[in-house]
Design a protein. Structure first.
Length: 721
């Protein structure tokens, strides 16, 4: 029997429930992963369900791996294990078995973002399209929206009508679809769409997969979109059980297509659903949790739940209101140093912001104060140039697809110029063959170019022969490829040690995969890597982490700083303009996610002064005002008094010597036409005076600047002289 004695009553019910359809509404920090993994173990060990009949769908590789590890520990004596994967990996598994019914080979190519962009660039070149008018990413979004919306090529042309810009987009769409077909390639959107279409078209294939899994589980159910939900409903059919876990209050990906109404209206699609609410939070202290609860209760479109915690602390949420973004960053850095001096490790702290551009002033200050930091979610490991190059070499051994070949044929340089590549592409297109097939037949060249291409083919063919041997060690083959291709030597000659270290890490990755999956083939590794875009990298040192709130989803820290809680920034003005009511509720859910990342301490910051992004003076976010006053302590400048700092002196609690300097300095009263000196911009003339701000004309290249009138870097020229 699975030991559930340490679970609370609601968690026990969620693990042991016998109902066919179950919806678990799991509040932040309520132990949903433990409940979900114990549920799977309970089915296997207590209810004697064959592990192979159990499916669990997650939305990141990290979450899937964590769940696999937990389940393995709970069912140590079992020889078989359930299928736990991302929804895309599940679709790959299904399509590898049955896509031949749709006219594609089982070893179809999976396109990643760079592959997609390469096709788009080819389209622009062939159709003579200016990428400054039609940005690559905008066209990729257009293609994705068409696919997910079921817009066929014919329908795209019909919708374009006589509008030339829309007709151009449709032409690129056509080129992209044709290129995919010629490559026998699917992108990430296709993986789900094709699976759904195949199930609808071939009932016998659908029946096979419905009988494959009797118990289906879906994690992070609040983040699924319409096509994903359709796939889940098809797999469930009428006989299987469905167990979904999620929190509507943490739906923050509607811009990706996530629909909060799916989890809210789940009981309408699946009658007699049992809803279980996990409402005990094990992560945050009482002040943090109650503050977050008081915020999210302002949303109307949600499942009501009263989260509580038994974690008591004397630390209220701290709201610091600063004079400008510079002071905000300086106060933040001082507080980090203070906490670090008290024993808090940097990696136990995180700085969250609504958008990436907000990190600028924070990074600058952290550098000045020598505080180590990293940007979480920077360039991911598998997206780095050298890693993608190396994987393209592996793809040459496996599929020899055109995209891989074109990426590495001249990397390192082999003297293959654009004209040679164009000839190869055109020849392949005319003969309806791949570029590599043309090379194997003998490329239409002579002299040095022909020898170079022939040598390349001989090299790849030798690798292919090695890969087919029964005793092949794939990571050894990989090392050989990196050496013989000249790629490693190219990096060494350029003294690119960081890239070399990344290649070594990739070789270790292949080795680890081979050891964990001794029966796996090279294709299996490439398939996993194509889907493995969110692999976590281990931090060897102690850094504070900076990230967007979206990137922080699923993470937790002892101490969390949320910066720039200003109207128009957080909540984001663009999101609100897209649909005021819906936009505000999504932004509030995002703030709720940010606040509930904190275990022990939560600091909320906003900055005063003029915002060049908003083109107005910054004001405090409504989300600060919505927090229960019993849970929060306000310090710093009161932003609602037009920055008349001296008149607000009694309202200000000192939180660092830097602000004391601002108060102790004389706040200049400026007049139009007066000469001033700024420590950064130099001499200038006041050209207008507003309430709390002034416009100053500085010499080239600075021009006109709007400044807070009491800024410590600004002085009257007469006082300086």
């Amino acid at each position: 029997m699975i030991d559930v004695s340490f679970l609370n009553d609601n968690q026990k019910e969620a693990v042991l429930a016998k109902d066919k359809y179950i919806r678990v509404v799991a509040g932040a920090g309520s132990g949903k992963t433990s409940v979900l993994t114990m549920r799977i173990a309970h089915l296997i060990q207590d209810d004697n369900i064959n592990a192979h009949k159990i499916l669990a769908i997650t939305f990141t590789n990290k979450a899937a791996n964590e769940m696999k590890d937990r389940v393995r520990k709970l069912i140590k004596e079992e020889t078989s294990t359930p299928w736990i994967s991302t929804i895309h990996s599940l679709c790959v598994r299904i399509l590898r078995e049955d896509i031949m019914a749709m006219g594609y080979p089982r070893n179809f190519t999976i396109l990643d973002a760079e592959d997609q962009k390469a096709i788009i660039k080819d389209a622009y070149k062939e159709l003579n399209i200016d990428n400054t008018i039609y940005p690559y990413n905008a066209l990729l979004d257009y293609i994705a929206n068409n696919k997910c919306g079921g817009i066929t090529l014919e329908r795209a042309y019909a919708l374009a009508g006589s509008f030339s810009a829309e007709k151009t987009k449709a032409m690129i769409y056509e080129y992209y679809l044709n290129a995919q077909h010629n490559l026998y390639a699917l992108d990430f959107d296709d993986l789900i769409i094709w699976t759904v279409n195949m199930f609808k078209k071939y009932s016998e294939i659908l029946s096979k997969w419905q009988s494959r899994y009797s118990h289906i589980h879906v994690d992070e159910f609040q983040d699924i979109d319409g096509i994903q939900y359709e796939l889940i409903k098809l797999l469930t059919g009428v006989d299987n059980s469905l167990y979904v876990v999620g929190d509507p209050d943490q739906t923050i990906y509607t811009w990706r297509g996530a629909d909060v109404n799916i989890i809210l209206n789940f009981t309408k699609d699946f009658k007699d659903t049992k809803t279980i609410i996990l409402n005990e939070n094990y992560r945050s202290t009482e002040y943090i949790l109650n503050g977050a609860n008081s915020l999210i209760k302002n949303n109307r479109n949600r499942v009501e739940k009263d989260l509580y915690t038994n974690r008591i602390s004397n630390h209220k949420i701290v709201h610091y209101s600063s004079a400008s973004d510079e002071y905000e960053a300086l106060w933040l850095a001082n507080k980090i140093n203070e906490l670090h001096d008290e024993g808090e490790k940097y990696h136990d702290m995180a700085i969250l912001y609504r958008s990436n551009y907000l990190s600028r002033s924070i990074e600058k200050t952290l550098i000045d104060m020598r505080i180590p930091y990293i940007i979480y979610g920077g360039i991911r490991f598998y997206e780095r140039q050298e890693v993608k190059d190396a994987l393209s070499y592996l793809r040459m051994v496996s599929t020899s697809d055109d995209l891989a070949l074109r990426r590495i044929l001249n990397r390192p340089r082999r003297g293959i110029g654009p004209k040679t590549m164009d000839t190869l592409i055109n020849t392949a297109r005319d003969k309806n063959k791949s570029i590599y097939e043309i090379l194997k037949e003998g490329a239409p060249f002579s002299g040095k170019v022909k020898k170079t291409l022939d040598d390349f083919v001989d090299m790849v063919e030798a690798w292919k022969i090695e890969a087919k041997k029964e005793d092949v060690v794939f990571f050894k083959l990989f090392e050989r490829i990196i050496e013989e291709s000249g790629y490693k030597n190219m990096l060494e000659e350029n003294d690119e040690m960081d890239r070399i270290e990344n290649l070594k890490e990739l070789i270790d990755d292949v080795k680890e995969f081979s050891e964990d999956n001794p029966e796996a083939l090279l294709d299996d590794y490439l398939q996993v890597v194509a889907l493995y875009g969110d692999r976590e990298e281990t931090m060897a040192s102690d850094f504070i982490q900076l990230m967007t709130v979206h990137a922080a989803k699923g993470l937790e820290f002892n101490t969390v700083f949320v910066s720039d809680l200003n109207e128009g920034i957080f909540p984001n003005e663009r999101a609100m303009n897209e649909g005021y009511k819906r936009g505000v509720e999504e932004e509030r859910r995002l703030a709720y996610v940010a606040f509930t990342r904190a275990r022990n301490r939560l600091f909320l910051l906003d900055a005063g002064g003029f915002s060049y992004i908003l083109q107005r003076v910054r004001t405090t976010s409504r989300f600060i005002e919505e927090i229960d006053e019993a849970c929060i302590e306000h310090i710093g400048v009161n932003n609602n008094d037009n920055y008349n700092y001296l008149s607000n002196k009694n309202k200000i609690q000192d939180e660092g010597t830097f602000y004391t300097k601002l108060l102790d300095s004389e706040v200049a009263i400026y007049k139009k036409g007066e000469a001033v000196i700024h420590e950064t911009f130099g001499e200038g003339i006041v050209i207008s005076v507003q309430k709390g701000t002034i416009d100053v004309a500085f010499a080239y290249p600075h021009g006109i600047k709007k400044l807070v009138s009491g800024h410590p870097k600004l002085h009257k020229k007469s006082e300086v002289n």
